[in-house]
Write a protein that binds this ligand. Structure first.
Ligand SMILES: [Zn+2]
Length: 309
């Protein structure tokens, strides 16, 4: 192979978001991460449970393997919250990679690792919700650690989403960088199970300058990437603006994009297991998330200007 063709191949791989280790490029590592986080021993990762601690141990091991640095003094951001009169504790895991450029704008990528735990004696493993999003976040981190981004990227693996977005709320209340520096938050929640091979990108209704960017993204990714579920014209029966961790960023005035699938038969049921994760579609979703993160990083200064922040 000539030098030129090697460069051409590298460029083609880069364009497809596939530069780097074959393990993550093929999605094998992401599948392993989903499998581990959704085993019965993690018992559904309910906030404050022993299974939640096991999930954190795995995610921290992956942070170390990838070579990520803490965004606060430590990877762990504990926080307290109230459920009725009871005070409970959650723990976010927050890491970062440095950017190669001079810009002080920051891209935040979030995914919640908690799920419903054990209900009525049945473990809710939450393979799709949201082991899949955490695995995709880790795949993005691996790709960006290998070929660094232009901007600082902060990875917020948040707790207590299922009890009212408490972890993302705690992150936004005490962010590792001023909120004004966060040009965009990309939230990943439920990336693996869709029979039609569709993934949604929400956010364009609230931030119209995102729409052409999401259209451009749709032309580059290996899934059917649709826009909607955050405003009219309705493509489903619900508005997802308040339905996951991007809500915390929304209320703090930080522009966001949410990637995720529509609800399915296993949503919030004990059947949301690794065994029913479609390998091919999930792998494509992970590559889509990597390509999205790259595009937003490269475009982040223009995003900041257009958002007027
Ligand atoms: Zn979720």
């Amino acid at each position: 192979m000539s030098r030129f063709s090697k460069i051409a191949v590298a460029a083609a791989l880069a364009a497809a978001g596939l530069v780097g280790a074959p393990a993550w490029a093929a999605g094998e590592q992401a599948l392993r991460d989903v499998e581990i986080l959704s085993t019965d021993t993690m018992a559904g990762r309910a906030v404050g449970s022993p299974g939640s601690a096991l999930a954190r141990a795995h995610i921290l091991k992956r942070f170390a393997q990838i070579g990520l640095k803490p965004a606060y003094g430590s990877f762990e951001q504990p926080f307290a919250f109230q459920v009725g009169t009871e005070t409970r504790t959650g723990t976010n895991l927050v890491s970062q990679v440095a950017g190669t450029g001079q810009s002080d704008q920051v891209l935040v990528i979030s995914a919640h690792y908690d799920h419903l735990g054990i209900r009525k004696g049945e473990i809710h493993n939450g393979a799709d919700d949201n082991a899949s999003g955490v695995a995709a976040l880790l795949a993005i981190a691996e790709a960006l650690a290998e070929t660094p981004p232009r901007h600082r990227v902060i990875f917020a693996v948040v707790d207590a989403e299922e009890v009212g977005h408490r972890g993302s709320g705690a992150f936004v209340a005490r962010p590792p960088v001023p909120l004004a520096k966060i040009a965009l938050a990309l939230n990943l929640d439920m990336l693996s199970k869709n029979a039609k091979g569709e993934l949604y990108a929400s956010g364009g209704h609230h931030f119209p300058w995102l729409k052409p960017r999401l259209t451009a993204l749709a032309g580059k990714v290996p899934v059917s990437l649709k826009q909607g579920h955050d405003g009219p014209p309705w493509t489903g029966d619900d508005d997802w603006t308040e339905q996951s961790d991007h809500a915390a960023f929304h209320h703090a005035g930080v522009p966001w994009v949410y990637l995720g699938v529509e609800d399915h038969a296993e949503y919030h049921r004990p059947t949301d297991d690794f065994a029913t994760v479609p390998r091919d579609f999930f792998t494509r979703s992970v590559r889509t998330a990597i390509i999205a993160a790259r595009q937003f990083d490269e475009d982040l200064d223009a995003i900041s200007r257009e958002a007027g922040r």
